[in-house]
Ligand binder design. Structure first.
Ligand SMILES: NC(=O)c1ccc[n+]([C@@H]2O[C@H](COP(=O)([O-])OP(=O)(O)OC[C@H]3O[C@@H](n4cnc5c(N)ncnc54)[C@H](OP(=O)(O)O)[C@@H]3O)[C@@H](O)[C@H]2O)c1
Length: 294
């Protein structure tokens, strides 16, 4: 079997050409911050045709809030489209994708970016590895966190690859690399998502892709995780609480800055690999004066 070494993707800073960008899970949390951050790059385009940002989530109201926040900063310098769909409904994903590209024509853009940010903790709450007995819950977790993720990458590549420089960003987690007994489904799926990104750049050297580990950001997902630990794994909930009270959580600005830096400077990361935006656990260990022996 021939082995292939992925080439470094070409370096090209986004400039004056129109860009098409899709961000999933952009109605709140990290996705909303990434959407506002991306608008900064997209708004630089000086050509007659505007760049387009498509933001996807279930809540139309919250997507509209994200759009307003973008409008407040960048006016109408970019087109912002909202697609309100449940991404765990895999039978509807082709139609969701069709809605995403409904106002787009790939030839009108120089670059296309897919940010696969959506994820949830379905199936994990209150269960450890070895306790997942509900097939429908496991399937539900896979639908949103992996099947949809893989399908969106394929739809995106098939639509944009011939005309655009494509970049795929996968939001990942330290848990994808950490052996854990809790949120073990999520953790295993994160590992699979990271590997899929490596496989993607190995099968298409021209494509840029990276997995972005944001650290620990104060969002609904973090709150859901911490709340479930409070009931089932109180010692972990306490560490989460301490990390927050000691001011060691990751700021959304840190995540956005690292994300934009990687988008604009592909030579700042190894194509297909993981980019760690922040290491809150390391800061926390220092804050409590822990040593390697602890
Ligand atoms: N927060 C952290 O500390 C942390 C740490 C490591 C990794 N991450 C990763 O970062 C990403 C974002 O996390 P977050 O903390 O910002 O999550 P979050 O606060 O829970 O936000 C999730 C986003 O996804 C959307 N969403 C959830 N289920 C959906 C569905 N079925 N269909 C369509 N949209 C759906 C939500 O909007 P609607 O409810 O409107 O649909 C929301 O916009 C995830 O991939 C997560 O794994 C986060």
């Amino acid at each position: 079997m021939a082995t292939c070494t992925p080439k470094a993707a070409s370096t090209a800073v986004y400039g004056q050409q129109p860009i098409f960008c899709v961000i999933t899970g952009a109605s709140r949390g990290i996705g909303r911050h990434l959407a506002i951050g991306t608008a900064k790059i997209l708004s630089r385009n000086t050509s007659r045709r505007k760049s387009r940002l498509v933001i996807v989530a279930r809540s139309l109201e919250k997507l509209q809030e994200t759009k307003s926040l973008i409008r407040d900063q960048y006016g109408d310098r970019i087109e912002v489209s909202l697609v309100s769909r449940d991404l765990s409904d895999v039978s509807g994903l082709q139609s969701t994708w069709d809605a995403i590209i409904s106002e787009a024509s790939a030839e009108n853009y120089s670059d296309a970016i897919l940010v696969n940010n959506v994820a949830d903790l379905t199936g994990d709450i209150g269960r450890m590895a070895g306790q997942h007995t509900d097939a429908s819950l496991i399937q539900k977790a896979l639908n949103l966190n992996f099947t949809g993720y893989v399908l969106f990458i394929s739809y995106f590549m098939q639509y944009f690859k011939t005309s655009c420089q494509c970049t795929v960003v996968n939001l990942t987690s330290l848990l994808g690399r950490l052996t854990t007994n809790v949120i073990s489904l999520y953790s295993s799926i994160q590992a699979a998502r990271e590997q899929y990104i490596r496989n993607l750049v190995n099968s298409d050297f021209e494509t840029r892709a990276f997995s972005l580990d944001p650290g620990m950001v104060d969002t609904d997902m973090l709150a859901t995780g911490t709340e479930s630990f409070t009931e089932h794994f109180p010692s972990i909930a306490k560490v989460h609480g301490d990390i927050k009270s000691k001011g060691c959580l990751t700021s959304p600005e840190t995540v956005v800055n690292v994300f934009l830096d990687c988008l604009e400077n592909p030579d700042h990361y190894k194509n297909g690999e993981i980019v760690i935006a922040d290491e809150p656990m390391v800061r926390y260990q220092v804050a409590i004066g822990a040593t390697d022996d602890d």
